[in-house]
Design a protein around this ligand. Structure first.
Ligand code: PEP
Length: 255
């Protein structure tokens, strides 16, 4: 069994003061890789904390990530942040293709692929989000949508690059809704994603696949107990220290 990965997605939340309080309570958990993907302005704060340079007793050993990245490396792209800049700040991960980026900012499958490739080229691990809407699930289209989204990423990255990505299965209807996918639904889709990878010539067993969508302290243990689930991408609950730590401990198999 590979080490579980639990990633907090802070979204558009935080302040220097609030972050400090939250970070003080986020401590490493044995056997679990813990990461937080924070708004760009707070990368330096969290990087310093993670390196243990703030004088705090805890805080080391937490990986840093961002929530999006430019497809471009440098140049006249006002407002964009490049992957090499994220690497400069010590980021290990960057989320690409989150459903909020797709639906609110018009990011299409091909752009998500280019962003994932840009991240990988800068030495970052892209966390590629994929997932169906409720209508698509009800219409029996879940796996077709996921295959289309991941296929676009594979087209840009190639098999070797794709193997370096983390996949996050995030059904759109489960994000922020309080209604997580059931254990059976997650098991089925993660199995289908691995089978899809196999069919593309990218060994599915070797891929790290997270589940995201209303992961809470109360459901994390059952979801993470599935052998096909390599950890979680956690939004709302990652902003509440006690909840996030309970989720991280659930990933370790502890209480
Ligand atoms: C997310 O935003 O990636 C997410 C999974 O959010 P939540 O945990 O709040 O559903």
């Amino acid at each position: 069994m590979s080490q579980k990965l639990v990633v907090g997605n802070w979204k558009l939340n935080g302040s220097l003061v609030a972050n400090e309080t939250l970070l003080r309570a986020i401590v490493p958990v044995d056997g679990v890789e813990v990461a937080v993907c924070v708004p760009f302005p707070y990368l330096a704060q969290v990087a310093a904390w993670s390196r243990g340079k703030t004088g705090g007793k805890t805080g080391g050993g937490i990986a840093l990530g961002a929530q999006t990245v430019s497809e471009h490396g440098a140049g006249a792209y006002t407002g964009e942040v490049g992957a090499a800049m994220l690497a400069d700040f010590g980021c290990r991960y960057v989320i690409v293709g989150h459903s909020e980026r797709r639906s609110l900012f018009g990011e299409d499958d091909a752009l998500v692929g280019r962003k994932a490739a840009a991240a990988l080229a800068a030495g970052l691990t892209p966390i590629v989000c994929t997932g169906e809407s409720l209508g698509e699930r009800d219409g029996g289209q879940a796996m077709a949508v996921i295959g289309r989204q991941l296929g676009a990423v594979l087209d840009v990255m190639g098999g070797e690059g794709f193997r370096g990505a983390v996949i996050a299965y995030e059904p759109v209807w489960a994000i922020g809704s309080g209604r997580a996918a059931s254990v059976a639904e997650v098991e089925e889709v993660h199995g289908c994603i691995r089978a899809w990878c196999d069919a593309q010539g990218v060994a599915g067993q070797g891929m790290r696949i997270l589940y995201g969508g209303s992961v809470k302290a109360g459901n994390a243990r059952a979801l993470f107990a599935l052998p096909g689930v390599d950890g979680g991408l956690v939004g709302g609950a990652s902003l509440v220290a006690a909840d996030f730590m309970a989720i991280c401990r659930a990933a370790s198999g502890g209480d």
